[in-house]
Design a protein around this ligand. Structure first.
Ligand code: AMP
Ligand code: ZN
Length: 473
């Protein structure tokens, strides 16, 4: 599989350094608020990435950090008058619930910054020992960018025009303000009760050191892949490289990947611009997790994506089309094991594989999926006319369904199995559970009554040998 490496600015093969396992680090949420769907554009891109790696027979070890201490979380906790850990817990829990709604596969490790302060202090100490970091008068520690010759290699910064000796205390700044950045921030009045003891006095880590320390702890000093939204490229990822490579003398990461922004009216969706929708906002408006996921993954990750409700409407129609085809195939398969795959279905799968292996070209991958739908509908239509032995008991419908499943192992929008169940609201699930009980007790009248009640709430129950299933009417 080939991907675009932001470091070399070329498409390159992604081949793991060891154990057929791609070790990768993704910058996770700052848990001071509910994540917005712009953030989820980054997380769904990373989900597609890990699924394509697995599609190609490789394994993944993904680490996603939770930034639970920084300028924003401290401000939020102190304004609310609650302990930092209590404040961030609400948003950590919400984040994991949102990941499930979007059918995002969990990462292997979710380290929280506040659980790794000793590792961060050790890394800062190493940088001070090596002479690339220094303590300032107020007790903060800064990284001296001019002491690390590779500084600027990811963002391709022109070093000649750089201000030297300037310092930037904030975690986020732009290229015009390149300067020595904070590794450790001395305690200030506004930090309130938040702080840790260190060799430089009481304080807290800078945002950038967090990711260098935690990624190397879980993935080693050199690992395969590091990802994030394009806004993370500078200064965050540039600084991560500087911190890690200055400390170890080794290459930090082979491949860097960045997704473009989700925009609203041409502007980046962000908390600070106030132009954002959280996942909850959209769910409350009646859109489902799979419809939202569809919109996010349907565009190529390096292309800007403008958020619009018309895209959600299109997603709903497209998913209905896929569902109808998959349901008809399931009925035609009639439980018969998969037989031979028709040539046209095999060709669609080849096209799909070529698309996702070409820098995660999801628009082309979706085109291959719809080609499969088109062929499958034609195939089912022909079977419907009763022309001969085609499809009857020969396992072809099951084989075609397997192609859908293989594609969905990457796209994750058709929601086979558990995920589909997870989309059923809890009150409907409760009625379904009662109905299952009634059927077990052979109380058919009660079973029928519950079926009607579920139907009145807008869900259609079907019974098969595997039990009952529901679809939205
Ligand atoms: P944050 O919580 O701001 O640190 O962001 C978490 C992740 O979401 C990072 O990888 C960001 O680059 C990414 N991100 C933030 N806003 C957007 C957006 N509008 N579109 C795509 N990715 C974003
Ligand atoms: Zn990070």
């Amino acid at each position: 599989m080939k991907v675009f490496n932001s470091l070399t600015r070329r498409e390159e093969s992604l081949a793991p350094l060891a154990d057929n396992t791609v070790r990768f680090y993704t910058c996770g949420p700052t848990v001071y608020n509910f994540a917005h769907i712009g953030n989820f554009r980054a997380y769904t891109f990373e989900d597609i990435l890990r699924r394509v790696i697995q599609f190609n027979g490789m394994k993944v070890k993904q680490v996603m950090n939770l930034t639970d201490v920084d300028d924003k979380t401290i401000r939020g906790a102190n304004a609310a008058g609650v302990a930092l850990t209590d404040y961030t817990k609400t948003y950590k829990d919400a984040f994991f619930a949102d990941l499930k709604k979007l059918n995002i596969q969990p990462a292997e490790v979710y380290p929280a910054a506040t659980d790794h302060i000793p590792e961060m202090i050790a890394l800062v100490e190493k940088l001070v020992e090596k002479g690339v970091a220094y303590k300032s008068d107020d007790g903060s520690v800064y990284f001296a960018v001019t002491k690390f010759p590779g500084y600027g290699k990811l963002a391709h910064i022109d070093f000649d025009n750089q201000r030297t000796g300037a310092r930037c205390a904030a975690d986020e700044y732009d290229k015009e303000n390149v300067g020595d950045f904070a590794l450790w921030k001395a305690w200030e009045e506004s930090d309130g009760p938040v702080g840790w003891d260190s060799p430089w006095g009481r304080g807290r880590p800078g945002w950038h050191i967090e990711c260098s320390a935690m990624s190397m702890k879980y993935l080693g000093e050199t690992f395969d892949l590091h990802t994030g939204g394009i806004d993370n490229l500078f200064p965050h990822h540039e600084n991560e490289i500087a911190q890690a490579e200055a400390a170890t003398g080794k290459e930090f990461v082979k491949t860097w990947m960045h997704c473009a922004h989700l925009k609203v009216n041409g502007e980046k969706m962000s908390k600070s611009a106030g132009n954002f929708f959280t996942l909850r906002d959209l769910l409350e408006k009646g859109w489902s997790g799979r419809e939202i996921r569809y919109v996010l993954v349907n565009a190529h990750y390096r292309q800007g994506l403008n958020f619009a409700f018309t895209a959600l409407e299109d997603a709903r129609k497209s998913l209905e089309r896929i569902d109808r085809c998959v349901d008809a195939l399931t009925a035609a398969a009639n439980g018969v094991a998969a037989g031979e795959t028709p040539d046209w279905a095999a060709k669609c799968l080849d096209d799909f594989a070529a698309a996702v292996n070409d820098d995660l070209n999801t628009p082309k991958a979706f085109a291959a999926l719809f080609e499969l739908v088109r062929h499958a509908n034609a195939y089912l239509g022909e079977r419907g006319t009763g022309n001969g032995e085609r499809g009857t008991g020969n396992g072809e419908p099951s084989a075609i369904l397997d192609v859908f499943k293989r594609m969905d192992s990457v796209l994750g929008v058709i929601f086979f199995g558990k995920a589909a169940k997870a989309e059923v609201p809890s009150e409907i699930q409760a009625l379904l559970d009662q109905r299952a009980e009634a059927r077990k007790a052979k109380n058919w009248a009660e079973s029928d009554r519950l079926r009607d009640e579920i139907a009145a709430a807008g869900w259609l129950v079907k019974d098969s040998k595997d039990g009952q299933s529901v679809t939205k009417k």
